[in-house]
Design a protein around this ligand. Structure first.
Ligand code: PSU
Ligand code: MN
Length: 303
């Protein structure tokens, strides 16, 4: 498959300088509502650049899988799209979709092909509540297990079944590292009450763990970073809003890939819009942490 690597990204990779990938779904119409999506993109790019990492935005544009979409294409990235998980990439390429917005699963697959080791997102997909009957488990989990990429997220989206998501990550042998925290963050809230398997305090520690994992043929690693305190939502308020949002999505009969965008929109409504600035802050914070990890990895190259 042909993969286009942006000029800045190619130069940084060749010089062993830090590179951090970003997905495009959170910036598309499926992620944050305009104009927050554009602000999120700018804040993530800025955080990476300030942290000394080259941003590698992923998307499929006119059928070309791309790692390193330039900021000058931000208008297109923030516009109408088709959502593409990893299994949709072949169709997006083979049918030359104008714009396929990559989810976490598609992004880590493209990262692995491009040789990008670190990826920042908002929150990963996971095991949905009611999975026992719906079988709705995000392809993000399988891709995290398969591709050797470090994903930095604020935990999994809060409306998921978080204990089941952690169980699946364990089954898939994905190391889950709490970034300066002992509990799994709950996306908009700093904690879910669920312990993370391992706490890490520095980017150097993450780099050493990643090298050990990859030295044993391991796949992905999930680093979970809590949203900064000043931007966090209270967990109890959030839980009530999540229940309302899930009920609203259910009433509308939403299924499959449409569930995540619908629930995120309903959540924004249920919190009177408070979930949006929190979402921006956590995405920016994840980019900041990812830049530190990418920098540490460059200082601890593979043996
Ligand atoms: N988190 C957000 N907004 C999003 C997503 C996650 O705050 O739009 C996207 C990510 O791209 C993630 C995807 O990979 O939702 C998961 O979708 P699904 O549950 O359909 O697998
Ligand atoms: Mn799903």
């Amino acid at each position: 498959m042909s993969l286009r690597i942006g000029a800045d990204v190619a130069a940084a990779l060749a010089a062993h300088r830090p590179v951090v990938a970003l997905e495009s779904t959170i910036f598309s119409e499926f992620g944050l509502p305009a104009p927050a999506n554009r602000e999120a993109l700018d804040r993530c790019f800025d955080a990476l650049e300030h942290g000394g990492a080259t941003p590698a935005l992923t998307a499929v544009l006119d059928g070309v899988a791309t790692v390193g979409v330039p900021r000058s294409d931000a208008d297109a990235i923030c516009g109408p799209a088709r959502k593409a998980a990893v299994r949709d990439l072949p169709a997006a390429i083979g049918q030359a979709w104008p714009y396929a917005a990559t989810t976490v699963s598609a992004s880590v697959a493209l990262c692995a092909q491009a040789g990008v080791e670190v990826f920042a997102t908002g929150g990963i997909g996971g095991v949905h509540r009611g999975w026992e009957t719906s079988l709705d488990i995000s392809a993000d989990l399988g891709a995290l297990a398969k591709y050797p990429v470090i994903t930095v997220s604020a935990g999994a989206k809060v409306f998921l079944d978080l204990p089941a998501t952690l169980e699946q990550l364990e089954t898939d042998s994905v190391p889950v590292l709490g970034w300066q925290c002992d509990e799994l963050p709950a996306f908009h809230a700093r904690s879910s009450g669920l312990p993370v398997p391992h706490r890490v305090n520095s980017a150097a520690e993450v780099a050493r763990i990643a090298r050990a994992h990859w030295g044993m043929g391991g796949g992905g690693i999930l680093v979970v970073a809590p949203v900064p305190e000043e931007d966090a939502l209270d967990y109890d308020t959030l839980s009530i809003a999540v229940d309302q949002a899930l009920a609203a999505a259910k009433d509308e009969g939403v299924r499959g890939a449409a569930v995540t965008p619908a629930v995120l929109a309903a959540l924004a409504e249920a919190t009177d819009g408070d979930s949006i600035p929190t979402n921006l802050a956590l995405a920016e914070n994840n980019a900041r942490v990812a830049a530190m990890i990418a920098t540490a990895l460059c200082q601890a190259p593979a043996q």
